[in-house]
Design a protein around this ligand. Structure first.
Ligand code: GLN
Length: 188
């Protein structure tokens, strides 16, 4: 199984390091010709969702990725990656729009823009959660299912092949959420 990591902008390198630790085969998508290579699953990293959304279009890779996700390719979105996947975005525009969640961008305000906590994650246990100017999920609907909450807000969810976290698991030493994604990919 090969995982492609979208590497247009943001914290993509840390996802690669996590996948290295887990011995998973991966490569980076930087331009259109990269999406012609074979990959079974995709990671959308944190960064700036508006910039990433625009680059996806400008580089002409938006439609192919959207189609493959709609066809069921597993995808893991962290932070801005979560925003890219949301069908509804408060305070911003919809991008790939494939997951039944409504998100609020920069949702914790200036004071709480970045913070660390540890909370329960369904099926895993307590996990470290690093938030950086993070969104949260205001509501899941349709087929989306809540996996974790922090400070009363939904911060992780799953829907079929979609896994999203508002925090950055790639910035901790804990590999369990990436392992969860790899297990999810194998089971689909
Ligand atoms: N605030 C960013 C956005 O709206 C997300 C921040 C992040 O990915 N760390 O896209």
């Amino acid at each position: 199984m090969t995982i492609a990591v979208l590497a247009l902008q943001g914290a993509f390198a840390e996802h690669g390091q996590m996948l290295d630790k887990l011995g998973a085969d991966h490569f980076e998508i930087r331009q259109k010709r990269d999406i012609e290579k074979h990959f079974d699953a995709l990671i959308l990293p944190g960064g700036e969702s508006t910039v990433m959304g625009k680059l996806l279009k400008d580089l002409d890779i938006f439609d192919t990725l959207k189609r493959r996700i709609e066809e069921g390719m597993p995808v893991f979105g962290t932070c801005a990656g979560l925003i890219l996947l949301a069908k509804e975005v408060e305070g911003g525009t919809t991008h790939l729009g494939t997951m039944d969640i409504r998100v609020k961008r920069n949702a914790y305000g200036r004071q709480l823009g970045s913070f660390y906590t540890e909370e329960e994650f369904e099926g895993i246990g307590r996990v470290p959660m690093t938030f950086i100017r993070a969104p949260y999920i205001e509501e899941t609907f349709g087929r989306a299912h809540v996996l974790a909450r922090a400070a009363g807000k939904i911060v992780a969810a799953r829907q079929g092949g979609h896994l999203v976290t508002a925090f950055h698991p790639e910035l901790s030493e804990d590999t369990r959420i990436h392992e969860y994604f790899l297990e999810m990919c194998k089971a689909l």
